[in-house]
Design a protein around this ligand. Structure first.
Ligand code: HMG
Ligand code: MG
Length: 295
C-alpha cells in the first residue's frame, strides 16, 4: 500500500533558482517563498550558504533571510557545506540546515573541492556544531544512481556515505538522483539496501523522464518525504547534465489522483509557477503547469 499522507520538501527556491541563468532579485525570491507557504508547503528549502563565487545565483542568502516572511509552523532549511556557511546561517536565526555529500569521487571534487573521504572532514564539525546549537540537520547524498563521469554508482558506496551521515546525527537522508539516470527497480533496491525507508527521503531530477515513476517506487517502499520543485525548475551547476527537479505540480497531480494527502493547493502552485516563469523569461518545464497554466 501507499502512505496516507506525504511531506513534500520543496526545493524550488534553492535547487531551482541556483541553476537559472538570470539572477533573480531578492524580492522575487521572498515572494516566491511566501507564495509557496500560502499554497500549503510546510518545508521550503530557502537558499544556500555556499561560496558566493561557486553559486552566484544564491549569493544574496543573507539578504533573503533578512527580508523573507517566516510563517509559524513552516520549516525553512538552508544548505550549508562547511563551518563558514554555518557561521553565516547562524547569524540569521536559521533552525534547520542541510549538508550535501557526494556518493562519487568525481562529483565530490567538482561540487565540493574535496575527495569522497575528505568531504566528511568538512561535514563532521558542521553537523556537530549545528546539533549543539539545537538545529535540525538534514543530509543529501548526490549521484546515488550514477554520475556523468563514473557511470552507475555502486549501491554499497551510496549506503556507506549515507549511513555515515545518519550516524553523525542527521535526522533525514535525501537520496539524490542529481542527473536523473535512476529507474524504479534501482530505487527500490537502494532503499532496501538501506534496510527500509526509515529516515530516507528521495530527490529526483527528471532528466530522463523517470522522476515520477521513481517516486512511486519509493512510496511503495514506504518513503514518506519527497523533494520536488514548484514549476520543475532546478539542477546543479556542477553536474552538466542535471536538469529540473521533479515538478511539485506533477507530483501533486499523481498523489491526489492516488488519494495521498499533501496539504497542497494545486491551483495556487500552478499560478505561482506561471508567475515565476514570467520572471525567469522561460516557460515552466512541468507538464501539469503547461496543461493547467497555459505557459
Ligand atoms: P573551497 O574553495 O575548497 O573552500 O570550496 P575553502 O574552504 O578552501 O575556502 C576558500 C575561501 O572561500 C575562504 O576565503 C573561505 O572563507 C571562503 P579566504 O580565506 O580565501 O578569503 N568560503 C566561503 N565563503 C562564504 N560562504 C561559504 C564559504 N566557504 C568557504 N560557505 C566549498 C569549498 C564547499 C565552499 C565550495 O566547494 C562550495 O561552495 N561548493 C558548493 C557547490 C554548490 O552549492 N552546489 C550546488 C548544491 S548541491 C546540489 O545541488 C545537489 C542536491 O540538489 C542533491 C542532488 O540533486 O543530488 C543537494
Ligand atoms: Mg538537486
Amino acid at each position: 500500500g501507499l502512505p496516507e499522507r506525504i511531506t513534500i520538501h520543496e526545493v524550488g527556491p534553492r535547487d531551482g533558482l541556483q541553476n537559472e541563468s538570470v539572477i533573480v532579485p531578492v524580492e522575487v525570491k521572498a515572494e516566491f517563498i511566501a507564495r509557496l507557504a500560502a499554497a500549503g508547503h510546510r518545508v521550503i528549502e530557502a537558499t544556500s550558504f555556499v561560496h558566493p563565487k561557486w553559486v552566484p545565483q544564491l549569493a544574496d542568502a543573507s539578504q533573503l533571510l533578512e527580508s523573507m516572511e517566516r510563517v509559524p509552523g513552516v520549516r525553512y532549511p538552508v544548505l550549508v557545506p562547511n563551518d563558514r556557511g554555518l557561521d553565516r546561517a547562524l547569524e540569521h536565526g536559521v533552525e534547520e540546515i542541510a549538508v550535501f555529500a557526494s556518493a562519487t569521487e568525481t562529483f565530490a571534487a567538482r561540487n565540493l573541492n574535496r575527495t569522497l573521504e575528505s568531504q566528511f572532514e568538512m561535514f563532521e564539525p558542521v553537523i556537530a556544531r549545528a546539533l549543539a546549537h539545537g538545529l535540525r540537520v538534514r543530509a543529501y547524498v548526490s549521484m546515488c544512481f550514477g554520475d556523468p563521469w563514473e557511470g552507475p554508482t555502486p549501491i554499497g558506496q551510496v549506503v556507506s556515505v549515507g549511513r555515515r551521515l545518519l550516524d553523525l546525527g542527521c535526522f533525514e537522508l535525501s537520496l539524490g538522483d542529481t542527473v536523473g539516470v535512476g529507474t524504479p527497480g534501482h530505487v527500490a533496491a537502494l532503499i532496501e539496501a538501506f534496510g527500509g525507508p526509515a529516515g530516507l527521503a528521495v530527490h529526483f531530477h527528471d532528466t530522463y523522464g523517470q522522476a515520477l515513476a521513481n517516486t512511486l517506487a519509493a512510496l511503495r517502499e514506504g518513503v514518506t518525504v519527497v523533494d520536488a520543485s514548484t514549476g520543475g525548475i532546478g539542477g546543479c551547476p556542477y553536474a552538466e547534465s542535471a536538469t529540473g527537479n521533479l515538478a511539485t505540480e506533477d507530483l501533486v497531480w499523481m498523489l491526489h489522483g492516488l488519494g495521498v494527502e499533501t496539504g497542497l493547493d494545486l491551483a495556487s502552485l500552478v499560478e505561482t509557477s506561471t508567475w515565476l516563469a514570467a520572471r525567469l523569461g522561460r516557460p515552466s518545464p512541468s507538464r501539469v503547469v503547461q496543461a493547467l497554466g497555459g505557459t
